[in-house]
Design a binder for this molecule. Structure first.
Ligand code: GLC
Length: 534
């Protein structure tokens, strides 16, 4: 049923691109904006509605773009401002919106603001970061730790003081309580809005404010120093709410602009607190990223999230991103994609905005990096217990030419060796490929209003193998059934549902089955979507 009130960030699907790994147009081994622009037809054909670009600002790359040295420019390795404008115009021409990733909790230590700030206690930028005197008798001002390991404080001899960094020491945290800092950062929103950007993903937004007195965090049990404290004073301070309201007002001065927040140390309840009319349009809860392949775990995550959110706020769902092993790595069995089709069906039929991660549509697996190939500093620090985040950031696999058609040069991270058979070109030609299944699902979501906005109503409770639910609005009733196991399973339809007539919209198997004698039978790893016939 066509709907007339399509709101892109609510009804659409958002696709995250890690720009350095998507498409390289100039052979330097690093993806870039012209490379992405050249692939927009592919994305339009896939059927996504918006692109979220991981950071494209100048960066010394300690955290690969998440350490920003200038918020108002494009890293020359990604292109120029003109390249950016062209990318936005070409995306818009295809009905695709553009979301930028704003990393405003911290800058790079190479940002001119920090370069000035660290020089002395009395320069114009002296209070732009979180500077504190050593504890009496020496040592860091309090017990706060960095989530990337070690202490959260770094000593600066030029000032005889410490600065705080929640992430790497090359990422000093900004002082959001300073009026000039606040203005400068709000200007970043205005600058990109004026350039036609449709929205923002706010990196770790709930870390912006820290308690003004910097008290020690109370202890708790945990493995690493960071986990051994309750994060009461270093995140989630009440000052975040008026700031979000101000950001929202800036966005609302333009039509249909959007902000989604990355909730740091997220729980559904915490993520829900920041998501409301007047605050953020959306926030992330990451439960799916850590969920084992068990239907009851997914169902509980969905119900927790639905319950935590207010009636007037809207969920988001994500199976993969640039910080975690890909869903294909977590759930795939070897090179078999059967489970990934089930996962795709889940993601694209829930009540909430689906976020896809580049390469998810072709089932890209994480690469294995050897110790000498590691780029992500946390991988170096914690090797071999944790290998960092390079695995999920490997180059997009376009075709079977050298380096998977990603670059004519030497790629910054290795291409997955499976690229010869797992690539866009090969899957385009294969009617049964994961790529073509994603395309069909994206089309179905667009064509069926119940899949976008309908109520979510589970049909299975504490499911062990089968997850089934209805999506219903005033036009349509749709039934989704997902078999998480490799054996056949039956869904008892009950009297009311059995009495209705159902027509298959899609199945991951060739011939979709319809309910018979009160049961819907699913084959191993099958996902089906049925529509109630009028
Ligand atoms: C967010 C980003 C992550 C980055 C961190 C610090 O969690 O997703 O990639 O390292 O913030 O900016």
């Amino acid at each position: 049923m066509p709907s007339t009130d399509f709101l892109w960030w609510r009804d659409g699907v958002i696709y995250q691109i890690y720009p350095r790994s998507f498409a390289d147009s100039n052979g330097d081994g690093l993806g870039d904006l012209p490379g992405i622009t050249a692939r927009l037809d592919y994305l339009a054909d896939l059927g996504i509605d918006a692109i979220w670009l991981s950071p494209i600002f100048p960066s010394p790359d300690v955290d690969f773009g998440y350490d920003v040295a200038d918020y108002l420019a494009i890293d020359p390795r990604f292109g120029s401002l003109e390249d950016f404008d062209r990318f936005v115009a070409e995306a818009h021409r295809r009905g695709i919106r553009v979301i930028l990733d704003l990393v405003l909790n911290h800058t790079s230590d190479q940002h001119p603001w920090f370069q000035e700030s660290r020089k002395s206690r009395d320069n114009p930028y002296a209070d732009w970061y979180l500077w504190r005197d050593p504890r009496p008798g020496g040592g860091p001002p309090n017990n706060w730790a960095s989530v990337f390991g070690g202490k959260g404080w770094e000593y600066e001899p030029q000032r005889g003081q410490y600065y705080f960094h929640m992430f790497y020491k090359e990422q000093p945290d900004l002082n959001w309580r300073h009026p000039a800092v606040r203005e400068a950062l709000l200007d970043v929103f205005r600058f990109w809005l004026e350039r036609g950007v449709d929205g923002f993903r706010l990196d770790v937004f709930n870390v912006y404010f820290k308690h003004p007195d910097f008290p020690d965090n109370p202890p708790r049990l945990g493995l690493r120093a960071f986990d051994r404290q309750q994060h009461i004073y270093d995140i989630d301070q009440p000052e975040m709410f008026p700031l979000l309201r101000e950001i929202r007002q800036i966005l609302d001065a333009y039509p249909e602009r959007y902000a989604v927040g990355e909730t740091f140390l997220s729980t559904p309840q915490k993520a829900a607190r920041y998501c409301a009319p007047g605050l953020l349009h959306a926030t992330f809860d990451f439960t799916f990223l850590h969920s084992p392949w068990r239907p009851e775990r997914f169902l509980r995550a969905i119900q927790d999230w639905e319950q935590a959110l207010r009636d007037d706020s809207w969920p988001t769902y994500v199976l993969s991103n640039h910080d975690n092993p890909r869903a294909a790595t977590r759930y795939g069995r070897g090179e078999d994609d059967a489970r990934l089709k089930v996962a795709a069906t889940l993601l694209l039929t829930l009540r909430g905005t689906p976020f896809m991660y580049y390469g998810e549509e072709i089932g890209m697996r994480d690469i294995r990096v050897s110790r000498s190939e590691i780029k992500d500093p946390i991988g170096k620090r914690y090797w071999p217990f944790y290998k960092g985040r390079d695995g999920c950031r490997s180059p997009m696999q376009w075709d079977d030419s050298p380096h998977a058609g990603f670059t004519l040069g030497h790629p910054w991270l290795p291409v997955h060796p499976n690229y010869r058979h797992r690539n866009v070109e090969a899957q385009r030609r294969d009617a049964h490929s994961l790529l073509n299944y994603y395309r069909s699902l994206l089309r179905l979501r667009k064509e069926n209003s119940a899949l976008r906005r309908g109520l979510f109503q589970p049909l299975t409770f504490e499911p062990r193998r089968l997850l089934a639910y209805l999506r219903q609005d005033e036009h349509q009733t749709i039934l989704v059934a997902l078999n998480f196991s490799s054996r056949p399973v039956r869904l008892a339809m009950g009297r009311t549902l059995s009495a209705l007539r159902w027509r298959p919209l899609i199945s991951t198997k060739d011939e979709p089955l319809i309910p018979r004698d009160g049961f819907l039978t699913l084959r191993g790893n099958e996902a089906v979507i049925l529509e109630r016939e009028a």
